[in-house]
Ligand binder design. Structure first.
Ligand SMILES: Nc1ncnc2c1ncn2[C@@H]1O[C@H](COP(=O)(O)OP(=O)(O)OP(=O)(O)O)[C@@H](O)[C@H]1O
Ligand SMILES: [Mg+2]
Length: 220
C-alpha cells in the first residue's frame, strides 16, 4: 500500500530524514512515535504528498500502486483528494461552514454528485454520533465533536490511506479513547490503512506495528 525507500529531507543544513525506508500493508494500522523534533511530522507530510523529499538516487514513494513523486501539481491534488485522508491535531475545519458542509467539501472537489455526497456525509456523521449536530458550525461543537467531524471529512472520498498527526493530542482522555477505538472500527468496516503519529502511549501500543523515529531514521 505504501512503499518508501531512501527518503531524505533537509531544511537548509538540518538533515531531518536520513534515508527512511518503510513498507506498510493494506489495512495495517501503524503508529509512529519518537521524541519531539525527531522528524515524525516531516515524514508524515512527505508520505501524504503534502511535502516533497530531497530526491536522491533510488528514492521511491509508491502509494496505492502510484509512483507519487512523478505526479505534477494537478494530478497530485487529484490523487490526494481521491486516495488520501488527513486528520491533524487541530481539526482545521472551515469555521464559516457547518459540520455537514465541511464533510462534503472534499466530495464536491472530487466532482461527485451533490446528493450522493450529502447522503454519505450524513451517514458518516451519524455513524460518528453526530446526527444531531450536522447543521452546527465548528465553533458550536466540542473539541471531540470537531475532531469527529474532521474524521468524517477525511473519510468522505473513501481514501485508501488515512494519515493522522497527533489526532487525539487535543482531546480529553475519554474523547481520545473513543477516537482511537473508532480508527479500529473503521479499519474493520472499510479496511483502510492508517498511519498515525502520536505521543499517546495507549494509541501507539494499540497499533499493529509501532515505529520509533530517532535521529531521522526508523528503528522498528
Ligand atoms: N519548515 C521547516 N523549516 C525548517 N525546519 C523545520 C521545518 N519543519 C520542521 N523543521 C525542523 O525539523 C525537525 C523535525 O520536525 P518535525 O516537525 O518533523 O518533528 P516532530 O517529530 O513532528 O516533532 P513533534 O513531536 O514536536 O511534533 C525539527 O528540528 C524542526 O525544527
Ligand atoms: Mg510533529
Amino acid at each position: 500500500m505504501i512503499l518508501a525507500k531512501n527518503l531524505h529531507k533537509y531544511y537548509e543544513s538540518l538533515h531531518v530524514l536520513k534515508g527512511v525506508d518503510l513498507h506498510i500493508k493494506k489495512g495495517e494500522i501503524v503508529s509512529i512515535v519518537g521524541a519531539s523534533g525527531a522528524g515524525k511530522t516531516t515524514l508524515l507530510q512527505i508520505l501524504g504528498t503534502l511535502d516533497l523529499p530531497n530526491k536522491q538516487q533510488n528514492t521511491v514513494l509508491e502509494i496505492n500502486g502510484s509512483s507519487v513523486l512523478n505526479l505534477k501539481d494537478t494530478a497530485l491534488s487529484k490523487f490526494r483528494n481521491q486516495h488520501l485522508g488527513f486528520i491533524f491535531q487541530f481539526h482545521q475545519l472551515l469555521p464559516e461552514f457547518t459540520a455537514l458542509e465541511n464533510v462534503c467539501i472534499p466530495g464536491f472537489i472530487a466532482n461527485r454528485n451533490k446528493k450522493e455526497v450529502e447522503t454519505e456525509a450524513k451517514r458518516l456523521l451519524t455513524y460518528l454520533g453526530l446526527a444531531e449536530r450536522v447543521d452546527h458550525k465548528p465553533s458550536e461543537l466540542s473539541g471531540g465533536e470537531q475532531q469527529r467531524v474532521a474524521v468524517a471529512r477525511a473519510l468522505i472520498n473513501k481514501p485508501a490511506v488515512i494519515f493522522a498527526d497527533e489526532p487525539s493530542g487535543n482531546l480529553d482522555t475519554q474523547s481520545a479513547e473513543m477516537l482511537h477505538q473508532l480508527f479500529f472500527k473503521l479499519r474493520e468496516e472499510f479496511n483502510q490503512t492508517f498511519v498515525i503519529v502520536t505521543h499517546n502511549e495507549d494509541l501507539a501500543n494499540m497499533a499493529d506495528r509501532k515505529l520509533v523515529m530517532k535521529d531521522g531514521l526508523i528503528l522498528e
